[in-house]
Ligand binder design. Sequence first.
Ligand code: NAD
Length: 254
Amino acid sequence: MGTFALTGGATGIGAALKEQLVGAGHSVTVVDIKQADIVADLSTQEGRRAAVEGLRARAPEGLDGFVPLAGIGAHVTPASLITRVNYFGVIACVEGVRDLLERRQGSVVLISSNSGPGLGRHSEYLELLLAGDESGACELIDRVGSTVAYAGAKLGLARWMRRHAGEYVKAGVRMNAVAPGVTNTPMVEGAFEDPGTKEAMHAYVARMPMARVADPTEVANVIRFLLGPEASFVCGSLLFVDGGQDASERPDEP
Ligand code: NAD
């Protein structure tokens, strides 16, 4: 059976994926800021180091799959905290376990978002992300705001994945990403209850092609497919798991 690691596996999509992988007989190590095998705050350099060292200690023989799910929502302030967790925390972990994945010809699935293409196209922010300039990106985004911080970080992850997928797979590691739409997890529960956002959230869902949010298991199913042998020729793909929302908003892309 396989050896897998996830960040952000305490709740939501990560917890659903962990349950599926454990149910299939795999071993799964979870990194999270709470309720985890390795407790680490991925907004900080120290936390990222602890996460990578912890994973190396727990899986010295390598990893069959790695999914960095840890993330915070677009409502969080300061905006730069979103940049630190959702982009730089992700890249640091993926790069930090790359050799463990190479050892077992493993697979990586990044978690983008369907908000990326619509709200994340801020070219200066994207350039700083992709250049790996954390302090520059954080300084800029605190002036721009949390919505762009979130969507831009998610679009940045998709682009980082596309830029590096070829190089990773030459070393035997397949890399892909999913772009979920609104999914019923603790990250968005608040927005459906908050009197300030509740109406807008319900109206948004009513306009969606499937007129409903996803269950976390529906996103986990797709991640598990991308991790596994049935996806052996899928590499560098961004797969929308959003009930048709991106297609309805941008029918002519790509
Ligand atoms: P969630 O809040 O249930 O899960 C996020 C996890 O990340 C939690 O377990 C949390 O403790 C952990 N985390 C947060 N900050 C951390 C930090 N500093 N260090 C370590 N761990 C930290 O939400 P979710 O919806 O399951 O989110 C999983 C991923 O899916 C996220 O990357 C999110 O951006 C993405 N996503 C979610 C939705 C949605 O609608 N729920 C849509 C698109 C993308």
